[in-house]
Ligand binder design. Structure first.
Ligand code: AMP
Ligand code: ZN
Length: 468
């Protein structure tokens, strides 16, 4: 499989440290608000990658953090802690906010068929690990104490901007929102590993450390959690493109400085979901969530289908018109699967292999999901029996996660109402048969209903039925 690697800026052959095994880390949500559908685009494409690696036979261990402390309103070290901001907004404690939005996040994942990672770790559960890391960096001379905080010294690195040749201007974007620079920093690019002197004295969550009561910086969380669960060599690190700088740049800086060797060779970044007016973001106050889509009458999996139709390395523009088109195409697709016959026929192994190869070819080429969807349509058009088509669709859907077979079956199965109507009709026929003293027919109808789990009771008001 070839996958674009943000570190080398080329499509590289996917390799792993241990053959057949993948250690995969994905930056998780900061649980101070609902995830918007842009965030979920990133999680969904990471999910497709996770599923495709498993489908290809890899044993994947996927780890995700939950940021419940330390992420400040600027992605640099300035501003208020996002969690505290959320707690104030809702007059709750930080831990109440964290629990509520973590649950909401996984509920969204469930609706979008995003598999829960093998390990989900809240930052507040790993404070001792972060302290060990920070201490290690101090011992090795990569960190310093200033004004009560511990900073990473980026001047100690041969190369800090590993993803790109960022310059001063880019940096100004990374440390945005017009907050004044931190005077404790020796270099502009240095970043906080551990805070004890927060500008916000009412920081709720603090822990004892060798440097005083405080809390970890956001970047150290991902290095700490990854090393804790995936060891010194990580195979694949994922996130949204905005995480590249400063977050992932800083993760690499501190992990490699601590470990003393290269840490993660492959970086997968998903481009943004935008609206007509630019990048979708929570701070802009326009939070488009899965629940909002549902309220507007959309199936969350229609949104998944919408995302699959474009490549993860292209930014995607969201509009209701685009989603309408995706939903209608998705429903037509389900109807076409539902129209396939259920007859037991042998699967044509040769055709199966040929069409599966096209699907794999698409995904092996930098996870080209839109071509993988085309391969799905090719199955429906193929000159083969329906059993082969169904088997292929079920096979592809292990990766695409569109619930096609289940939805098609639900579409073909009579609904409860239709069922009830049919039962009433059969009861009327039985009453008629009894009137005509056709006892054999009346009994036959009773038995037929019984076989379907419907029990008839003859009452003075006429026959009544209930499910067994
Ligand atoms: P956050 O909860 O803000 O830490 O973001 C969670 C994930 O969503 C990160 O991987 C971000 O890079 C990603 N992300 C943020 N905004 C967008 C967007 N508009 N489209 C796609 N991904 C995004
Ligand atoms: Zn991270």
């Amino acid at each position: 499989m070839k996958l674009y690697n943000s570190l080398t800026r080329t499509k590289d052959e996917f390799v792993t440290h241990e053959p057949g095994k993948v250690g995969m880390y994905t930056c998780g949500p900061t649980v101070y608000h609902f995830a918007h559908i842009g965030n979920l685009r990133t999680y969904m494409m990471e999910d497709v990658l996770d599923k495709y690696l498993r489908y290809s036979g890899y044993e994947v261990k996927r780890v995700m953090n939950i940021t419940d402390v330390g992420h400040l309103t600027s992605d640099g070290d300035e501003g208020e802690d996002k969690m505290l901001k959320g707690a104030k907004r809702e007059h709750k404690t930080v831990m109440e906010i964290a629990k509520f939005y973590t649950d909401a996040f996984f509920e969204d994942c469930r609706k979008l068929n995003i598999r829960i990672p093998d390990v989900v770790e809240p930052a507040t559960g790993c404070i001792p690990e972060f302290i060990t890391l920070v201490q290690g960096l101090l011992d090795k001379g990569y960190a310093y104490e200033a004004g009560g905080n511990i900073y990473f010294d980026t001047s100690k690195l041969k190369r800090y901007y590993v993803f790109n040749n960022f310059d001063e201007e880019d940096l100004a974007v990374g440390v945005r929102e017009g907050v004044e620079a931190d005077e404790n920093k020796r270099n502009k690019t240095d970043f906080v590993l551990w805070f004890t002197k927060s500008k916000f004295e009412d920081q709720e969550l603090k822990w004892e450390s060798p440097w005083g009561l405080g809390y970890p910086g956001w970047h150290i969380e991902c290095s700490g959690i990854s090393i804790k669960h995936l060891g010194e060599y990580l195979d694949l690190h994922c996130g949204g493109v905005d995480n590249m700088f400063p977050h992932h740049t800083n993760e690499i800086a501190q992990s490699e400085a601590y470990l003393g060797h290269p840490w993660c060779p492959q970086w997968f970044h998903v481009l943004h979901l935008n609206t007509d007016s630019g990048k979708m973001s929570k701070s802009k106050g326009q939070i488009l969530t899965v629940s909002v889509l549902e309220e507007e009458g959309y199936d969350p999996l229609a949104y998944r289908f919408f995302c699959l139709q474009s490549h993860y390395r292209k930014s995607l523009v969201f509009s209701y018109e685009n989603l309408d088109n995706a939903q209608s195409a998705y429903q037509k697709l389900i109807a076409r699967v539902a129209a396939l016959s259920n007859e037991q026929q042998p699967v044509d192994e040769e055709v199966f292999a040929q069409l599966q190869a096209k699907f794999r070819e698409a995904l092996d080429n930098d996870l080209n999901t839109s071509l993988a969807v085309t391969a799905l349509y090719d199955v429906l058009k193929a000159d083969t029996n329906d059993a082969t088509k169904r088997a292929l669709i079920a096979d592809f859907d292990q990766v695409l996660g569109l619930d096609l077979i289940a939805k098609a079956e639900a579409l073909s199965a009579p609904s409860e109402d239709e069922d009830a109507e049919q039962i009433e009709q059969m009861l009327a026929l039985r009453t008629q048969a009894k009137k005509e003293k056709n006892w054999a027919e009346a009994d036959r109808i009773r038995d037929e209903l019984k076989a379907k789990g419907i029990i008839i009771e003859d009452t003075p008001q006429g026959p009544k039925w209930h499910r067994a």
